[in-house]
Design a protein around this ligand. Structure first.
Ligand code: 1HE
Length: 264
C-alpha cells in the first residue's frame, strides 16, 4: 500500500502481511535527494504519524545516491538567527526518526554525505551496499554540520575520525565505513534495500517493549553514570519481562516451541 504524503519528494509505502513495515523513500533523485526544508518537514511529519500497524521502518533514496545532504541552494537565503532555527528544525525532525515509536533502518547506496550522513546517523541500523561512500563536505564548503551530526556521528566513529573527515574532506568507502562503525552491514550493490527490509521484518517480530527499550533506554543508559545506568537497566528489564508477550515467548522456548539460538 502506498500512502502519498503531500510532498512528492517523499514517499511512504507500507509492506508486510500486517503492513508492519514502513518504507520511506527520498524521492528527489534529480537533485541527488538533497534535503530541502520541505523534505525535512515531511520526514518529521511522516515519522510523527506512522500508521499504528507499523513496527519497523526503512529509509532509502531513489536514484544513484542515498542523499547529497543539505540542499545548498537554500543556504544563502538565511541569516545567522534563521540558521539557528533551521538547524533546530533538522534536530526536531531527526529526533522523530531516532526517538519515535519504531526502529528505523537506513538502506544506503552512493553518496551518504553531509546532512545525508546526519540522517543516516539518526537511524538505528545502517545497511550499506558496495557503492556507498561517506563524506562530510561541510568542512570544505566553509560551513559546519547542523543536523545533529556533531552529536550523533562521533557516537558512531569517535570525534577524532569525524574531525579528520571535516578537516581534510576524507571520503570513506563502504568497506572502510563499516570498519569504523558508519554501517553495521555491507552488502552487494543494489541489495541494501532488500537487506534492510529483511532486517525490518525480523525486528517487527520482536516484542514491542524490547524494541522500545533498545531505542529509548539503551542510548540514555549509555549517557548515564554507571550507577544510574544499572538502576535504569533494572527497571527497564522488569517492565519488559512483565509484559504478557514476554512471558509467552519464554514459555514457548521452555516448551520446545520456539527457535533455539543458531550460528547458521
Ligand atoms: C544539489 C546538491 C546539494 C547535488 N544541494 N543541489 N552536500 C554536498 O556538498 C554534496 C554536493 N553534491 C555532490 O557532491 C554531488 O552532487 C554528488 C557526489 C552527491 C552526486 O554527484 P552527481 O555527479 O551524481 O550529481 P551532480 O551532477 O553533482 O548533481 C545533480 C544535480 O543535483 C545538480 O543540479 P542540476 O540542476 O545542475 O542538475 C546539482 O546541483 C544538484 N545537487 N547535490 C543542492 N547538496 C543540516 S546541515 C547539513 C550540511 C550539509 O549537508 S553540507 C553538504 C552538502
Amino acid at each position: 500500500m502506498t500512502m502519498t504524503p503531500s510532498n512528492p519528494d517523499l514517499r511512504l509505502r507500507l509492506h508486510g502481511e500486517q503492513s508492519e513495515i514502513a518504507i520511506v523513500t527520498l524521492n528527489r533523485a534529480a537533485k541527488r535527494n538533497a534535503l530541502n526544508d520541505g523534505l525535512i518537514l515531511s520526514l518529521r511529519d511522516v515519522f510523527q504519524n506512522l500508521p499504528a500497524s507499523v513496527r519497523a521502518a526503512v529509509i532509502h533514496g531513489e536514484g544513484d545516491h542515498f542523499s547529497a545532504g543539505l540542499d545548498l541552494s537554500e543556504l544563502s537565503e538565511r541569516d545567522a538567527s534563521e540558521g539557528v532555527f533551521h538547524s533546530r528544525m533538522w534536530h526536531a525532525a531527526l529526533d522523530c526518526v531516532e526517538k519515535g515509536n519504531v526502529p528505523v533502518i537506513a538502506a544506503l547506496h552512493g553518496a551518504v554525505v553531509g546532512g545525508g550522513l546526519e540522517l543516516a546517523s539518526a537511524c538505528h541500523i545502517r545497511v550499506a551496499d558496495d557503492s556507498t561512500f561517506y563524506a562530510l563536505p561541510e568542512g570544505t564548503r566553509g560551513i559546519f554540520v547542523g543536523g545533529g551530526g556533531a552529536v550523533r556521528v562521533p557516537k558512531l566513529i569517535g570525534a577524532a575520525r569525524m574531525t579528520d573527515m571535516m578537516l581534510t574532506g576524507r571520503v570513506y568507502n563502504a568497506v572502510d565505513g563499516e570498519r569504523i562503525g558508519l554501517s553495521q552491514y555491507v552488502v552487494p550493490q543494489g541489495t541494501s534495500l532488500d537487506k534492510a527490509i529483511d532486517l525490518a521484518t525480523r525486528i517487527a517480530g520482536n516484542a514491542r517493549m524490547t524494541n522500545f527499550a533498545l531505542m529509548h533506554a539503551l542510548p540514555r543508559i549509555a549517557e548515564q553514570p554507571a550507577d544510574h545506568g544499572f538502576l535504569t537497566e533494572a527497571m527497564m528489564a522488569a517492565i519488559a519481562q512483565s509484559a504478557p508477550e514476554a512471558k509467552a515467548r519464554v514459555r514457548a522456548f521452555l516448551e520446545g516451541k520456539a527457535a533455539k539460538v543458531s550460528k547458521d
